[in-house]
Ligand binder design. Structure first.
Ligand SMILES: Nc1nc2c(ncn2[C@@H]2O[C@H](COP(=O)(O)OP(=O)(O)OP(=O)(O)O)[C@@H](O)[C@H]2O)c(=O)[nH]1
Length: 522
């Protein structure tokens, strides 16, 4: 069973269990059976499934005195916690590279697991975060390995090192790392040989390369689609190269993922990223809570925030303008450039709750991205005066629209769509400003406090609360901040004042607001 189906099946089982008016022992037993079957069909090791089942059963023991609402909440929370526990490796510190020093990262893994592709993805990941990154090809065993790395690195504009003539991988690794260290590279990624099978020689080679490059972090690349075989593979590599982190590849498409998850549990090594496609951007940082949230369709706002925080995004005056209730075409241009920098849009959308990712998948990643690029192209063809305007300049002189359409190789309708888009953002900016000015004194400052942010994160991790929010959002025009981009079909625009008022009257929202008021004295 592929991961998306696993999430859906667990969700259905939980919904069924919490739907009935009484939660009896037989309802709980059916739930446990369904979750266990779904996990086993996804290749999760049977011992782990039995352990999870036992723990869930103990937590969910039915007592006569239980209140039905509490019981339903308990079911949702227990399932979420136990699934997290299944893939969470505790008490292991994860290496974090530091700037202004050389951090050597060595990759190990069998041939075909996606090592070279993942090296490039990680190099791009760090480069985007402002590190100076280089890649070394220490695979002299497979003909063409250096060419592959060279091709990937060139495409991603990452400096690389390798040799066509030297046959000793240890020498190439040493030379490459020394060269990049001398040139003050901050991240040096060493790609090693794979070979088809787990052979003595391969492991010996890993030990020798490790001794000369002295990696700060060794990462094992594990193909998620190999099912139960992942466990033996992880164990064998652990003995020779004692890797400290795992990247699971091919978690997209038809990967069951369960076998690899079991491998993680048995090697007590954390997964730090997952590969979700062949493209350079298809790498997602991994934490158990975020992964399970996404699996169960709860969304991953925390992950999205972290992702955005670590990118070098150019905000210019856009945010300031937005908060002040203004929004020019230039602001729209810089925000769209930022969105493209964030990586594949469908991945970003999947981090949002409420099935937005699925909606976006219907439109198609490429199509959305192409439309974004055309919109940017349109704005690139505008003059400074036009860009810094609110767009009304085009209404006064429609011939400008025709000129921009010609200059950007697009159509008048597309230019008009861009102007419309700016209007929507401007309306959103105005609404935000109105909302802020209606807040009680000091509330806006309180919302910036770490305590508040933490409470928001906790709220996001509470499946019950998120369900309520999703219901509230379901009744509204769409998600603020992502609304109404042409090509995102169906996502709707920003919520209107009426929608906002409707949301504020919702009992769940008021209950949540009361809680916050109490906690923060708002
Ligand atoms: N769908 C999908 N394909 C991937 C992913 N990661 C890598 N691949 C593909 O898997 C194949 C093998 O990837 P490589 O990077 O060449 O594998 P390798 O482990 O470096 O292999 P050697 O260089 O031979 O040791 C390529 O076709 C990649 O495009 C992923 O996350 N998802």
């Amino acid at each position: 069973m592929v991961l998306a189906d696993l999430g859906r099946r667990i969700n259905n089982a939980v919904s069924e269990a919490t739907k009935s008016s009484t939660v009896t022992q037989s309802v709980v037993d059916t739930l446990l059976k369904e979750i266990s079957n779904a996990l086993m069909e996804s290749d999760v090791d049977i011992k782990l499934v039995l352990k999870l089942r036992k723990k869930l059963k103990a937590t969910l023991e039915v007592k006569e005195s239980d209140n039905i609402t509490n019981r339903k909440k308990l079911i949702q929370k227990a399932v979420f916690d136990e699934l997290c526990d299944l893939i969470d490796v505790k008490n292991v510190e994860i290496f974090k590279p530091r700037k202004k020093q050389s951090n050597v990262i060595m990759f190990v893994g069998l041939q075909g697991s996606g090592k070279t592709t993942t090296c490039t993805k990680l190099a791009v990941y760090y480069q985007r975060r402002g590190f100076k990154v280089g890649m070394v090809c220490a695979d002299t065993f497979r003909a063409g390995a250096f060419d592959q790395l060279k091709q990937n690195a060139t495409k991603a504009r990452i400096p690389y090192f390798g040799s066509y003539t030297e046959s000793d991988p240890v020498k190439v690794a040493q030379e490459g790392v020394e060269k990049f260290k001398k040139e003050k590279f901050e991240i040096i990624i060493v790609d090693t040989s794979g070979r088809h099978r787990q052979e003595e020689e391969l492991f010996k080679e890993m030990v020798e390369i490790g001794e000369v490059v002295k990696p700060n972090q060794t990462i094992m690349v594990l193909d998620a689609s190999i099912g139960q075989a992942a466990e033996a593979q992880a164990r064998a590599f652990k003995e020779s190269s004692n890797f400290g982190a795992i990247i699971l590849t091919k978690m997209d498409g038809h990967a069951k993922g369960g076998g690899a998850i079991s491998a993680v549990a048995s090697s007590n090594t954390p997964i730090i990223f997952i590969g979700t496609g062949e493209h350079i951007n298809d790498l997602e940082s991994f934490t158990a809570k975020q992964f399970i949230s996404k699996l169960l369709g709860i969304g991953d706002i925390q992950g999205l925030m972290e992702h955005v925080k670590t990118l070098n995004l150019d905000q210019g005056d856009s945010m300031k303008n937005f908060q002040e209730g203004k929004f020019t075409l230039k602001d729209l241009q810089s925000q769209m450039n930022n969105i493209l920098k964030m990586g594949p849009l469908s991945k970003i959308a999947q981090m949002l709750p409420g099935g937005i990712g699925e909606m976006m998948n219907q439109v198609g990643e490429e199509e959305t991205s192409n439309r974004f690029k055309r919109m940017i192209c349109i704005m690139d063809s505008m003059t400074k005066k036009e860009l810094e305007s609110d767009g009304s300049i085009f209404i006064d002189e429609p011939s400008r629209i025709i000129r921009v359409a010609r200059g950007s190789g697009t159509t008048v309708t597309e230019v008009e769509a861009v102007l419309l888009q700016r209007n929507m953002f401007a309306r959103m900016a105005q609404t935000t400003k109105n909302m802020q000015s209606n807040l009680p004194p000091g509330m806006a400052d309180k919302m910036q406090q770490p305590q508040f942010q933490k409470a928001m994160q906790q709220m996001q991790q509470n499946p019950d609360m998120m369900e309520n929010i999703q219901k509230m959002m379901g009744g509204m025009g769409g998600m603020p901040g992502m609304g109404g981009m042409p090509g995102m079909g169906g996502m709707g625009g920003m919520p209107s004042m009426q929608d906002m008022q409707k949301m504020m009257q919702n009992p769940s929202f008021r209950q949540m607001a009361d809680q916050m008021r109490k906690q923060f004295g708002m």
